[in-house]
Design a protein around this ligand. Structure first.
Ligand SMILES: Nc1ncnc2c1ncn2[C@@H]1O[C@H](COP(=O)(O)OP(=O)(O)OP(=O)(O)O)[C@@H](O)[C@H]1O
Length: 312
C-alpha cells in the first residue's frame, strides 16, 4: 500500500466535539481512479470525515495523505490538488454559467480560463445562462464542473444527487463515471441513496457511530450478507427435490413451502446449471428457476442494526 497509487490514505482519523466523538478512528484508502461511496445513517460521521479529508476541519487524532500531501502538515497543498463539491453548491444565481466557470478557472490559475470554461460547458451539456435559470440537474452538473475545473486527481462530492429526479440523477452518474473513465479522476462521495452507491461505486464504506463497519464492492457486501437466493418451483414431490439437491456443496440452506423451494446458495449465477442438472438426475422437473440477490438495502440494514444490538 502507499505511494502514488492511492489518492487517500487515512489512519485512525478521529474528531471529537465537546461532549461528542463524531468520528472514532477511521482507516480508509482510495485508489487512483476509484469511485468510493461513503454511506451511513444520519449522524454517523460522514460529513465530519469528509470535512476532515478536505481540510475544512482539523482532526483530533490520526493522520492522512490526500492527493499526495499530508493533511495536517500541508493543508494548502491538499486544497490545491483536490476538487470539492459541497452539498447544494455555492454558486451565485445571478452570475452566468460561463462567467462562473471562468472565475473558478482563474482562481485555480488554469492556463486558458475561457477555453476551459467552454470545454466544460460542452462536456457537461450546459449552455450560457444565468445560474438561477438552471434546472436542479443542470445546477448539479455545473457544481461538478466547477469542482473539477483544475483537473484534480481526486474530487469529493457531498450527496451529489440529493433532491434530483431519477432521470437527472442518472445523468449525474453518467458524468461522474466519465470523469473516472476519461480522466482517471478518483471520486469520494457521500450518499443516502443505496441505489446510487450500488450503481455508481466501485467500493463502498459503511460508517456508523463514527466507525467503518463494512467495506467492499457492492457485490461483495451483498454476497457476504447471505449468499444468493434461488427459488425453484416444482410440480412433483418437494422431498424428492430436496433429496436431489442434498449433495450440492454450494447449497447452504433449503426452505420448502408447498411446491416452492427457496435455496440459499453461494454464487447463484455459477450454480444454476448444476442445480437444474441435479434436479434432472433426481427425476424432478422444475417449472421455474429464479435467481435473486440480496439488495444493498438488506446489507445496510443488517450491518447498521446489528451495531445497534451490539451496543445495547
Ligand atoms: N460542530 C459540531 N459540534 C458538535 N457536534 C457535532 C458537530 N458536527 C457534528 N457533530 C455531531 O457529530 C456526529 C456526526 O455528525 P456528521 O454530520 O458527521 O454525520 P453524518 O453522517 O454526516 O450525518 P447526516 O447523514 O445527517 O449528514 C453527530 O452526532 C453530530 O451531532
Amino acid at each position: 500500500m502507499g505511494g502514488m497509487d492511492h489518492v487517500i490514505e487515512a489512519r485512525g482519523l478521529a474528531k471529537s466535539f465537546t461532549g461528542a466523538e463524531a468520528v472514532r478512528g477511521v482507516d480508509l484508502t482510495v485508489a487512483a481512479g476509484e469511485i468510493v461511496g461513503f454511506l451511513g445513517p444520519n449522524g454517523a460521521g460522514k460529513t465530519t470525515t469528509l470535512r476532515m479529508l478536505t481540510t475544512l476541519l482539523r482532526p483530533t487524532a490520526g493522520a492522512a495523505t490526500v492527493a499526495g500531501c499530508d493533511l495536517v502538515a500541508d493543508p494548502a497543498g491538499v486544497r490545491r490538488r483536490i476538487g470539492y463539491v459541497a452539498q447544494g453548491g455555492t454558486t451565485n444565481p445571478s452570475c452566468t454559467v460561463m462567467r462562473e466557470l471562468v472565475l473558478q478557472a482563474r482562481l485555480y490559475r488554469v492556463p486558458d480560463p475561457h477555453e476551459r470554461a467552454r470545454d466544460l460547458m460542452a462536456r457537461f451539456g450546459l449552455t450560457d445562462r444565468p445560474i438561477g435559470a438552471l434546472s436542479g440537474g443542470q445546477k448539479r452538473r455545473l457544481d461538478i464542473a466547477l469542482g473539477i475545473v483544475h483537473v484534480p486527481a481526486l474530487v469529493f462530492l457531498d450527496e451529489p444527487t440529493t433532491g434530483l429526479d431519477p432521470q437527472s440523477r442518472a445523468e449525474v452518474w453518467r458524468h461522474v463515471r466519465r470523469l473516472r473513465d476519461e480522466h482517471g479522476t478518483a471520486v469520494f462521495l457521500t450518499t443516502h441513496y443505496l441505489e446510487e452507491a450500488d450503481a455508481l461505486c466501485d467500493r463502498i464504506l459503511i460508517i456508523d457511530r463514527g466507525r467503518v463497519i463494512g467495506e467492499g464492492t457492492p457485490d461483495d457486501l451483498k454476497r457476504r450478507l447471505s449468499g444468493d437466493i434461488v427459488t425453484v418451483e416444482i410440480d412433483g414431490d418437494p422431498r424428492r427435490a430436496r433429496a436431489a439437491l442434498a449433495d450440492l456443496d454450494a447449497v447452504r440452506e433449503v426452505q420448502v413451502t408447498g411446491g416452492t423451494l427457496r435455496l440459499t446458495v453461494e454464487h447463484g449465477d455459477r450454480i444454476l446449471l448444476q442445480l437444474t442438472r441435479a434436479l434432472d438426475a433426481g427425476g424432478v422437473e422444475p417449472r421455474s428457476v429464479r435467481l435473486a440477490r440480496p439488495t444493498l438495502d438488506d446489507v445496510f440494514l443488517a450491518l447498521t442494526s446489528s451495531e445497534v444490538t451490539r451496543a445495547a
